[in-house]
Design a protein around this ligand. Structure first.
Ligand code: TYD
Length: 283
């Protein structure tokens, strides 16, 4: 498989089109009623392939289509060195916001340089999502756009300054929620191809009825994401993610139906151990 170098995608696509054009053989065009040397049009897809269309240079009829394994490069912003990117995940009402803010304070008390961020990040995007019921594919795009803004403006600069970023949600929320709405995970990864993935993920796991009671308890109105059957699917997705993507990030699943002090101790132990291990490795 040919991988087109990072940052040169469009140049590389043009070069590939030229290359194919040189090699292309004449094809019969049923509209022009003659053999023509077709033009080449390349259409990158999200799923690791490029659609090659051969067009009649005179009437633009599509004379043939085929897919090639040539693909755009993976973008690997996660290779940026420095800092530590930690994310909390879980269904609505699982306690992410409470425990992530608490963790930030605990780390600050231990003199770590740490920032807190939350997805969705941009207020206008959040309002839009609550107001409009949109197609799940479109949700993928919108959450990814929000994430790109958050990463560019906050997360990547903080990591470059060697800070710890504690994030309330991450790309794994898109994988869980949007795949629970029927979108393929490959598509979600494709749209999020420029996203840095958190290296350490704490999944707070609670039964859906407990989570919904918590949301009621804080007096917040339910959003359209908070339907019990849907949340049950999302909860299962998160547990699957912890297994399936263990080759990408380090996951811990913390049972948050236990008393607060027990949960806090478990989270802090996990995080401090991870940070210590990382510091040791860096020496
Ligand atoms: P949430 O963290 O619950 O925000 P708040 O605490 O302000 O209510 O996130 C909002 C909703 O968006 C939540 O139901 C999960 C959903 N969501 C997705 O479906 N995909 C995503 O990628 C993200 C980040 C969130």
């Amino acid at each position: 498989m040919t991988v087109i170098p990072v940052g040169q995608s469009w140049h590389a696509l043009e070069a590939l089109a030229r290359q194919l054009k040189e090699k292309v053989e004449e094809v019969f065009c049923p509209h022009c009623m003659k053999y023509v040397k077709p033009d080449i049009r390349l259409i990158p897809t999200f799923l690791d392939s490029i659609l090659i269309e051969k067009l009649c240079p005179h009437c633009r009829t599509v004379l043939s289509t085929e897919y090639t394994q040539v693909r755009l490069p993976d973008r690997k912003p996660h290779l940026i060195k420095g800092g530590t990117y930690i994310a909390f995940e879980g269904i609505d009402g699982s306690g992410k916001t409470y425990y992530s803010k608490w963790l930030v304070e605990e780390l600050k008390r231990r003199d770590y340089d740490v920032i807190y961020v939350k997805e969705p990040w941009v207020d206008a995007i959040k309002e839009f999502l609550y107001k409009h019921r949109i197609d799940p594919d479109a949700e993928v795009y919108i959450f990814a756009a929000d994430r790109i803004i958050l990463q560019t403006e906050e997360i990547l600069p903080a990591l470059e300054q060697n800070k710890i970023v504690v994030s309330d949600r991450s790309i794994f929320s898109s994988i869980a929620y949007q795949s629970a709405r029927g979108v393929s995970e490959a598509f979600i990864w494709g749209v999020n191809r420029s996203i840095k993935v958190p290296e350490f993920v704490i999944i707070l796991d609670v039964p859906v009825d407990v989570a919904l009671k918590r949301i009621e308890g804080i007096g917040r109105a339910m959003t359209r994401f908070e339907d019990p059957e849907f949340l049950e699917r999302v909860r299962r997705k998160f547990l699957e993610i912890a297994e399936r993507y263990a080759n990408i990030s380090r996951f811990v699943v913390v049972d948050n139906s236990r008393p607060e002090e027990v949960v806090k101790k478990e989270i802090l132990d996990h995080v401090l151990r991870y940070l210590e291990e990382k510091e040791k490795m860096a020496k």
